[in-house]
Design a protein around this ligand. Sequence first.
Ligand code: PLP
Length: 448
Amino acid sequence: MQQSSLIKPVLGGAYPTISHGQGVYLYDKEGKDYLDASSGAVTANIGHGVQEVMEAMVKQAKQVSFVYRSQFTSEAAEELAKKITELTKGDLTYSFFVNSGSEATETALKIAIQHWQEKGKPRKQKIISRWMSYHGITMGALSMSGHPVRRERFTSLLESYPSVSPPYCYRCPLQLDAHSCGMACASELEASIRRIGSDNIAAFIAEPVIGAAGGAIVPPDGYFRKLKEICEENDILFIADEVMTGFGRTGKMLACEHWDVKPDIVTFGKGMSGGYTPIAAAVMTKEVMEPILGGSRSIMGGHTLSANPLSCAVSLAVLNYVEEHELVEKSADRGKDLSRGLKQLARKYSFIGDIRGRGLLIGLEFVQEKVAKTPFPNPVNVTNAIIELGMKNGILLYPAAAGLDGVTGSAIIISPPLTITEEECAELLMRIDITFQQFNETLCKLPS
Ligand SMILES: Cc1ncc(COP(=O)(O)O)c(C=O)c1O
């Protein structure tokens, strides 16, 4: 193998070279096809090789690709901001464009702090977040992330923002019963606010469905209502991190719609461009913006490439495609089909402990013993083994952490493009079945 100068996730790892993509399939240089059952990192929401997006890309590139946001606005950026307001039913009226989900959550953090400063409450600077969460890899975003493995190397540099238990009912962190707990995990937010003092807190951030840090954990009904009420009572903004869930992934335009909860700030990324270009956003209500509009009139944030016309035109084409092809509804329907198929597989393979999620964001948690929900002694190896077998069998799966400490559980996410057809779902299930069968055989060979 030739020496490579490119730093990859596993240094020295063997990665196939991709040739092209079409629909839900990717093809490598050797001609092998991969069913993209993870949409990469839950990103390629409209599938690969969509003609309309390429046309929008070329059209915009021929006009202008880059202008600096301090000097110009562009039709593409204006149209995209308007489209997001429309798609969020007019609740989120102001968009700030950045280039990655991490930048989006970090921008949301800064906007929340600035909101309170301009309201004459400069002490409100802290953020509260939950354990089993991931909000990004930059320092502010990582400070908010309750992901022990990703925090570990930088602990001394990070703020201790995670302080609330997640709604992980499969293995309740508070050792309570889901039917009688009274959502004690949500009440923890109140306790946390009392300890820190609401005068010091700008915002609470949460993923509506926990993704990479939990494997598609869906909270009980009423959970987010309760959190939002606690935020309102304490003058704390609620930031919904919809980087993974936004724009149809869970079968609703925003995952928060499942519980009819209205966040003050929402972050988007991933599916916002379907991976066709780097773009993300922090989007907010007029109430969040008002003190800033009536005060300094400038948000302290932004990047050189923020709101570049090329990325905005591409994102606009992707969101139009989602709308015109009714992909939100399709995500809900195909999600039900896939979950049904996966539940049948769970009867066959005892290592599938839990199947959860919404729409086409489906999590599978693996266990050594189903009834006791005993995690495998080497959970990371289990996840990696399944993903590697999947790769060999031409199916891409996304690894997720599970367990409160991020290492004592193993999970994967299944999240194909929202364009997936019924036939392709059947193919996906067949490739997973083969993969699980092979994994089961390796388990039988392990010394007990
Ligand atoms: C919920 C959530 N927020 C933020 C991020 C960070 O996004 P990015 O990797 O684009 O920086 C991710 C990425 O996985 C995510 O899932």
